[in-house]
Every structure is written in structure tokens, then in C-alpha cells.
Design a protein around this ligand. Structure first.
Ligand code: EPZ
Length: 420
């Protein structure tokens, strides 16, 4: 296999596809399984390479993990090693999510700095500052750090920004801390709620409330956690990707199990583009004209506003909108990397700092393009679906970090598309 995707574009989408389990929900929940001395069963687990990497990391520290159909069985009874394998940590940023769980389980974690990626530096200063308030000391070496604690202690922590990963690390450390942790300005994302739901199902006591528009999470530490079976919610970003696909090229699709309750921003956008969106308890039906409407101005922002993880995919469909659009990326400092690849297909986009101005053209032209990261890769698939002729997207492995099989899903929606 050439680690590429071949797509023949230019046709509307018709059909239905089932939405997979959520990448950004399952990763912290896999970390949380480390806190349970027994077998946790994670149902509706997406078969994506980020899960494979997290499975490898957990196995390296002594967990026994196996799949049964779409469920992941994690036995953390004999987890025993607080040193992460540096090569594995380097492969996946979300390894940082194990920090809080390892401190809760072992009182110690030795791990590499997860490092940045194409979309930004991805620092972990907020994670480390928060954990220090819980009695964790951090010794920094050149390429790795050691976090240790004699006793994790509940604390009042206010995050400077509602960081998803930092919120998850605090929650994972706090469930085994002595006393109560009050986490202020916590991330409001549904994936945080899913993590808390898993921990509460295992026996933790956690309250989530909102004050003056900010989320406060109260974790009552020290309660025993018992093995649990938990179903991962479906992936709002995967569903949003496919919804944007039909907005870009028109058609009528059904996204089975799509989590409409977590997709308000993209559903609103679809309605502003005059699409018919029909929400049922089985999923979302979308009927769209054959071209996206321009968007005068849109910013990516904290949930439930428009998600940064759908920004590249939105850029793709605006390339042939009948007018000018302006998109501002407010979450990550370098998440417009996909623009040169879209321009190679004939898009008319100018970037000024973290803002892209897209002037609609009549058609994109299929050609060879290269994925550089996960969501940008998905955006190139959408561009290929919109373009005239054939597009080859290389470096498919980036896309497989978060999509089980984007070609399979779009083929279900009538696209001529294959992994090659
Ligand atoms: C999570 O990343 C998601 N990843 C991202 O999804 C998502 O885009 C992001 O949240 C925002 O929703 C997973 O859940 C595995 P943050 P995370 O901490 O936790 C800065 C995808 O495509 N920051 O909320 O890393 C940071 O640089 C991925 O599925 C600090 O400055 O996001 C960024 O600018 C991409 N210091 C902003 O905060 C810190 O210590 C938001 O980051 C931590 C973060």
C-alpha cells in the first residue's frame, strides 16, 4: 500500500455511514483505566492509530489489553512501571494524558516532553503548574521530566485558559488525591464530561457545574475505583467532517449515530448554508445544495462554538463558495498549514497571521497533494471530493490517527474513493 488515498471528485454525496467512537473521548478514558485495578471494558472504541499508540504505552507500563469486536479490555491490575518509553511518547502527543493517571496510580511519572506538532508548539505549562498545586514536584531534564508526589492533595486550581488536556490531567490526578479538588475554568468539551462519566461509573464522586459562563469541576478524591464497562460517545469531529463534505459538494446523506447534541455549531452553519438538517435519535440527515455559501467571518473558539478541529475542513468547502469568506483560527497558532495544498488545487486563499481569506473559484482541480497532520489531511479528502478529476492524498497515516477509514465512510456516501 502507498499510504495514500485516491478520490475522483465532482459528484454529490448520497448514502449513509455510521459514525465511529470519539478519538478525543477514548484517549483520556484509556488513561483513566490505569487507575482501576481490574478489567475496564471500553465499548464502541474507534480502531484508530492513536488508540493503538495509547494501547502500546499502557502495555509498556504493565497493562494487559486486548480487543473483542469493538470493545477494548484493559486490565491494569499489574501496571507497575512509571517510566514511559521515550520512542512511544514521541509518537503521540496525547501520551501527556497519562501523566495525571500515572501520578494517581504510582505517585511518579517519567516521560518525555510530548513535543509540538504541525499545528502548534503544544506546550504543557498549564498541566505542570496545575499538578504542582496538588503536591507534585517536577524535575526537568533536557528531553524528559520526572514528576513525583508523596501524596496527591486536593486543591483549588483555576486554569488560565480552559485547556482540554490540562483539565483531563487534573481530573485524573484528583480522583486519587487526598481531599477535594476544585477545578475552575475547566474545559467545557463533551470529552471532559465523558471522562467524568467513566470515572463516576467506576465509583468516583465528581460534580460539574457552571458559574458565570465558566465550568467548575469538583472531584472528591480517595474513593476506590472499580472495574466498569463504558460506551464511548460517537465522534463529533468525524461526523462534522462528513457533514461539511456534503455542504461542499451537495447531496443527501444520513450520518448514523452522529452526536447532534455535541454538534450545535456545525449544524447551525449547515442551516445558514440553507441545508436541511433533520435530527433524529438514530442520527442526522443532511440535504444540501451543490455549493457552499460564503461565510463573511467566523472564528474557531472554545466549545460549543465552532471547533478548531473542523476549521481546515471548512476552508476546503469555502474554496468554491460563491463569494469571499474569512476564517480566523483562535485556538492553535499554526493551524492554517493546509492552505498551500489547497492552492495547489486551484484555491484562491490568502493568509494573514491566523486569518485566512478565501475567494471562491469555479472549480478545484484534482492533483497530487500531501497530508501534514490529521484534520488537514481530512480537509484534503474533502477538497478531492469537491475537485474535478482525480486527487491523490499521500501520507494517509496522519488521517488514520483519528479516522478509522475515511475512504470507507465517504464510499458509503457514494464517493469514488479508495486507499492505495
Ligand atoms: C485537545 O488538544 C484535542 N486533542 C485537540 O484535538 C483539540 O483541538 C483541542 O483539545 C482543543 O479543543 C485531544 O483531545 C487528544 P488544549 P489539547 O490544551 O488538550 C494551549 C484533534 O485534531 N496550551 O485545549 O492539546 C495550546 O497550545 C486534536 O483531534 C498551552 O498554552 O488542547 C492551544 O493553543 C488537535 N499550555 C490551546 O491552549 C498548555 O499547557 C488549547 O489547547 C496546554 C495548552
Amino acid at each position: 500500500m502507498l499510504d495514500s488515498i485516491h478520490v475522483r471528485g465532482g459528484n454529490p454525496l448520497f448514502g449513509e455511514t455510521k459514525i465511529q467512537g470519539s478519538k478525543n473521548a477514548v484517549l483520556p478514558i484509556m488513561a483513566a483505566a490505569l487507575l482501576v485495578e481490574g478489567v475496564s471494558v471500553i465499548e464502541n472504541c474507534p480502531k484508530i492509530t492513536d488508540v493503538d499508540h495509547m494501547q502500546k504505552l499502557l502495555t509498556e507500563i504493565g497493562c494487559i489489553i486486548h480487543w473483542r469486536n469493538r470493545s477494548l479490555y484493559i486490565n491494569a491490575s499489574n501496571a507497575n512501571d512509571n517510566k514511559m518509553n521515550s520512542e512511544s511518547v514521541g509518537k503521540m502527543r496525547s501520551s501527556i494524558m497519562l501523566l495525571g493517571a500515572m501520578l494517581g496510580r504510582f505517585g511518579k511519572a517519567v516521560m518525555n516532553y510530548p513535543g509540538g506538532c504541525v499545528i502548534g508548539a503544544r506546550p504543557i505549562d498549564i498541566h505542570l503548574e496545575a499538578l504542582k498545586k496538588m503536591g507534585v514536584s517536577i524535575e526537568k531534564e533536557k528531553s524528559y521530566f520526572t514528576a513525583t508526589t508523596d501524596k496527591l492533595t486536593g486543591s483549588v486550581i483555576e486554569l488560565p485558559i480552559p485547556s482540554v488536556g490540562a483539565s483531563e490531567n487534573v481530573i485524573l490526578a484528583a480522583v486519587n488525591a487526598k481531599g477535594v479538588t476544585i477545578l475552575k475554568n475547566a474545559a467545557p468539551e463533551p470529552e471532559i464530561v465523558a471522562l467524568c462519566d467513566f470515572l463516576k461509573a467506576a465509583g468516583a464522586k465528581i460534580d460539574i457545574k457552571e458559574e458565570k459562563g465558566k465550568v467548575i469541576i469538583v472531584i472528591y478524591g480517595g474513593r476506590a475505583l472499580n472495574p466498569v464497562t463504558f460506551r464511548i460517545p460517537t465522534d463529533r469531529i468525524v461526523a462534522g467532517t462528513y457533514m461539511l463534505g456534503v455542504l461542499g459538494v451537495g447531496g443527501h446523506v444520513f450520518l448514523e449515530d452522529a452526536p447532534a447534541g455535541h454538534m450545535r455549531a456545525v449544524i447551525e452553519l449547515a442551516k445558514e448554508m440553507n441545508a436541511d438538517v433533520d435530527i433524529t435519535d438514530k442520527g442526522i440527515a443532511v440535504l444540501a445544495d451543490c455549493i457552499a455559501k460564503p461565510i463573511p467571518y467566523l472564528e474557531t473558539d472554545i466549545y460549543p462554538l465552532f471547533p478548531t478541529d473542523l476549521q481546515s475542513q471548512l476552508l476546503s468547502i469555502l474554496t468554491i463558495a460563491d463569494g469571499e469568506s474569512v476564517i480566523c483560527e483562535k485556538i492553535f497558532e499554526d493551524r492554517l498549514k493546509i492552505v498551500p495544498q489547497l492552492k495547489k488545487m486551484g484555491a484562491d486563499i490568502t493568509v494573514n497571521g491566523n486569518t485566512a481569506t478565501i475567494r471562491g473559484v469555479n472549480r478545484l482541480k484534482g492533483t497530487k497533494v500531501k497530508a501534514k497532520e490529521l484534520r488537514g489531511g481530512a480537509a484534503l479528502v474533502i477538497a478531492g471530493i469537491i475537485a474535478e478529476g482525480n486527487t491523490i492524498i499521500s501520507k494517509r497515516h496522519f488521517i488514520e490517527r483519528g479516522y478509522e477509514d475515511i475512504a470507507r465512510d465517504f464510499r458509503n456516501l457514494g464517493v469514488i474513493i479508495n486507499n492505495v
